[in-house]
Design a protein around this ligand. Structure first.
Ligand code: CTP
Length: 404
């Protein structure tokens, strides 16, 4: 903990762990929480204790550990489940087995974890895990839906190899994804302008098919869009990332697309009820006029001429009142004049300019240098991480929304 963090008010996170093999990830989660200056307290079920001794959590993060053998009456005289609930700012249940999920959904309080859940009034994050068949069972789905409707943030289980030797959906979200959800919950307690607003972010370069195997594409890595989506998520927004570059894990929904036309469809659908659209994607301006079904062969045509036709302008087609649109202008050279003209032509509230020829920044890099153009001002952000650029962009988005 840094000296500054030592003076911050304590941020208490209650980590409920139940008996699934994914509990080994909860050890890492508790370690990360302590490392980032949160104060974790672990509450384990009896089944959880059979997997991992309370001492492990205590040792990894100097975290207090409560279980069903803890005195139900704490030192201060309050019942332990009530006091633990009072002390906590945010509650995480990870791993949440289907049994624990069912208890939370139905309001059973037959162990300390489920009793604390009922007594707790702050944000709750649940990371379920199970064998795929148990996870996909109607009963489990129904219980998770009940929790989501109640405002619990349910972090869907991912697909992959499961401890039972089978493959499918049931892997608990990673400690990093759960950490992002915790940070977001604390940001939500502060309730910024983007909290609970839907924001659609596009990322990556589109691919325009030539034939069944080839395409015309560009070098966009999708990192800037991912950074904007991550930051919006942390600010409590309801994020949808429309991307050509799917990432292993995100805490929010991703729609994977390939071509400009597919991206246009997804953006039209997703932005219908959104407050903000951030078009970070490098959308192809042209696509081949026709696509061969099979594979074009060199022996059939020693030379090849492709006829290209314009793609749909996604930003232009999404213009409507109530939707704040952010465009990007990646220009070859310090052409802020072109960016200003593009802002006017596209009718966007915010345009982010960057010079793709400047060394070490932009396409593919982890850093960027941008100028954010709004109708009120132009904010220059000197070379920095794409995460910091994303914060500056969303600061301007929040300013424009607040001024409306
Ligand atoms: N954009 C879009 N649909 C397209 C092309 C671009 O929505 N078919 C969006 C980009 O995501 C970006 C903004 O428009 O946010 C500007 O893209 P850019 O390629 O810089 O501009 P163009 O409109 O392609 O203009 P030009 O080719 O003249 O630079």
């Amino acid at each position: 903990m840094t000296e500054v963090e030592a003076h911050l008010p304590q941020r208490h996170v209650l980590v409920g762990v139940s008996g699934g093999i994914a509990i080994y990830k909860a050890v890492e989660l508790v370690r990360l929480l302590a490392k980032e200056g949160f104060s974790p307290t672990v509450v384990t079920t009896a089944a959880g204790k059979r997997f991992i001794m309370p001492l492990t959590f205590a040792a990894v993060a100097r975290a207090g550990v409560l279980d069903d053998d803890s005195s139900w009456q704490s030192s201060s005289g309050w019942f332990e489940h009530i006091e633990a609930a009072r002390r906590a700012d945010v509650m995480v249940v990870a791993p949440a087995t289907v049994n624990t999920v069912a208890k939370l959904a139905t309001g059973l309080a037959d162990n300390l974890l489920s009793a604390i859940y009922l007594a707790f009034r702050g944000p709750v994050i649940v990371a379920p895990t199970a064998n795929w068949a148990m996870y996909e069972h109607d009963a489990t789905r129904h219980n998770l839906e009940i929790l989501a409707q109640r405002g619990v943030e349910v972090l869907p289980a991912g697909e992959g190899d499961l401890a039972c030797g089978e493959e499918g959906a049931g892997r608990m979200a990673s400690p990093e994804v759960i950490m992002a959800a915790v940070r977001r919950a604390f940001a939500g307690l502060a309730a910024g302008t983007l909290a609970a607003r839907k924001i659609v972010v596009t990322a990556g370069g589109t691919r325009e098919a030539i034939d069944a195997v080839r395409y015309i594409g560009n070098r966009s890595s999708g990192k800037m869009g991912r950074a904007v989506a991550d930051e919006a998520y942390l600010r409590g927004a309801d994020v949808v990332l429309v991307t050509t570059r799917p990432d292993d894990e995100t805490a929010y929904r991703c729609v994977v697309v390939e071509s400009a036309a597919e991206m246009a469809d997804a953006v039209a659908r997703e932005s219908a009820e959104a407050s903000v659209l951030v078009m970070t994607a490098a959308v192809a301006d042209y696509r081949p006029a026709s696509v061969s079904d099979g594979k074009l062969s060199r022996s059939d045509s020693p030379e090849l001429t492709l006829r290209l036709v314009p793609t749909i302008d996604i930003l232009a087609q999404t213009r409507r009142s109530g939707l704040l649109r952010v465009g990007f202008a990646a220009e070859a050279g310090p052409r802020i004049d072109r960016a200003r003209a593009k802002k006017a032509a596209k009718g966007v509230e915010i345009l982010v300019f960057n010079d793709i020829l400047a060394a070490g920044i932009g396409i593919g890099s982890d850093e960027n240098e941008i100028t954010i153009l709004t109708s009120a001002r132009e904010v220059h952000v000197p070379r920095t991480s794409k995460a910091a650029c994303a914060r500056a962009i969303l600061d301007e988005v929040e300013t424009v929304i607040s001024g409306r």
